[in-house]
Each structure stands twice: as C-alpha cells, then as structure tokens.
Design a protein around this ligand. Sequence first.
Ligand SMILES: [Zn+2]
Length: 338
Amino acid sequence: MRRSRPVDARWLRELPKAEVHCHLEGCVPPSLVEDAARRRRLDPTGAPRLPVRDLPALLAYLDWSCRLVDSAEDLAAIAGGIVERAAAAGVRHVDVICNPTHWAAWDGRLDQMVAALDRGFADGEVRRRTTATLCLSIKRTQSAAEAVALVEWMLSAGHPRVSGLSIDGDEAGGSASHTERFEEAFARAAGGGLRRCAHAGESSGPHGVRDAVDRLGAEWVDHGIRAVEDRRLVGELAERRIPLDVCPSSNVILGVVPSLAEHPLPRLHEAGVRISLNTDDPLLYGVDVPGEYRRCAEEFGWDRAVLGEVARTSIDSCFAPAERRAALLAELEWFLGS
Ligand SMILES: [Zn+2]
C-alpha cells in the first residue's frame, strides 16, 4: 500500500486555497492602533487590551481599536496588508468580512470607507496573484431597519468589490440576537443578487445554525461548530452540502472549545460536513491559514487528501466570481495531482 506523503510546511503554504472567514477588524496591526492613539494623545489607561480571552472582550477591543482608524491611507494599508499576507500563505482568494458598526470614524461615509479599502485591495492584487472581496456585516444587536438600510446601501452602490452580506457579533444576546429580525435584510440581499453568510453556532447552539441556514439563507455558516450537538442537523448540513467555515485557534482562544484535541472538527468531517479552515482575526491571535491546516493535520491525523478536500471546499464556497473559482479549482487539482 502506498503511504500518504507527509504534510510539510512548504506543501501547506503552496496548497492553493481560499479564506472565507477573516474579519477586517482582526487585520488591523496593533502598531497602527498604537500610532493612531498616540496621534490623538489618548490616555491608554482602561483601554481594552490584547490578548482577549472571550467574545465580549474581543468585541470591546474591536470597537476601541477600529474607531481610531480615521484615515483613508490607513484603511488602504490594512487592506493591502491582508492581500500581502494571504498571498504569502498561498491563499489565492480572501473574502474579508467588515462590520461598519466598529468603524465609528466612518459612520455615514460607508462609500468613502469602501473606496479606501478597494484601493488597498486593488494595489495588493496588482503586486500579488491573490484576489479579495468585501463582505459587509450586520451586528447581531442592530435593529431590523439598520440591517435593511445596510443592504439598501449595498444594492444602490453596487460596488464591484462588495460581494455579500454577513451577520456577526454575540449570538448569545437573548432577544437582542433573534434571527427573525434580520430575515428581511437577508431576503432583500438575496433578491439583489448578493451572496450571504452568517455567524452562528459559536455563541449560539444548533438552533442558531439552523436559523442561519433556513431563515437567513446563509450559503455557508461561519463557525457553526455547535451543530455537532444535534445529530439530525449534522446530517442535513452534510446532505445539503452547506459548508462550515471553522477557525480552530479562534475557538480555543475564545474558550468556545476547551482545547483543539476536544474540537468537534473531526466528528463533523467524519459525518460528511464540508469544512474550510480559517483564521477569524489573524493579527489578534497571531495565526495564519497554513498554521491552521498544520494544527489540524497534527491533532487529527489529517493527510494530504483531507487537507486537499478542505482547500477545495474553501475555494468552492468563496464569493469570488464563478470564473475565478473555476480557475482556482483547476489550479488546486493540478497541484494535488502533481
Ligand atoms: Zn468570525
């Protein structure tokens, strides 16, 4: 019997893949935040600090850090940095989730914010072979009217960089997180041809995952790992081929799972659920995509065939245009066959 070839660092880096669960807010270099705070002569006493250890602490840090970014140059640099790091990690396309509620300095100027990010992504794309789209996100605690307003802006602006609608934030906020409030926004997004994804099954249980898929029409679920608590739901996800975009290190760092060894990833994979591996907030956790693949290979004994399947899911489910996805899938098959 032919033994599977080893999963080494070079192979993991060169493996063509996409990242579909990466927040703009988690890609702001801490040094940029410190510079911005210093420029404004802000007293750092009492400011949320890294490292964060749970979701509320993370959200507080994001509000603090992102509201300091008020120049278009800084936004463009953040976007350019995302493409650069993705390219270095063999990530050939990245869907960047951006939640405008964290970026207080750009309140009411979403068009300028998207234009600045677009410039940074475009500059990076020229230098590298990696592409990027922007996925604008509703915060769980927003009102139905605010959610619809965001979608209306997306549809009227029609910016080619903006590929889809997302929802994130704390799912465990009781009535504040009720999914039905966002159904209209997601329905309008679908009607207008936008792609859709949703955070669920991180701070909410399996019902959150079911709501994301059935009520919001999410094409993939960010995290979604607590689906494992409902065997029937796991079967449905597998049968309907709905991917879960999992961020193993983030789940451990924020205490969603006690350790990687106890992560439900292998059970979900063995049940036939399609999975991609992602970083969530790479600069806050000090992780990259090849590192997430490597950790899973080591912990779960995943070989090249399984990791190739993960990469295939990531490309297949990303929000890049169809022809870009087809080209990347062809590149992946060539790589796996060589
Ligand atoms: Zn996330």
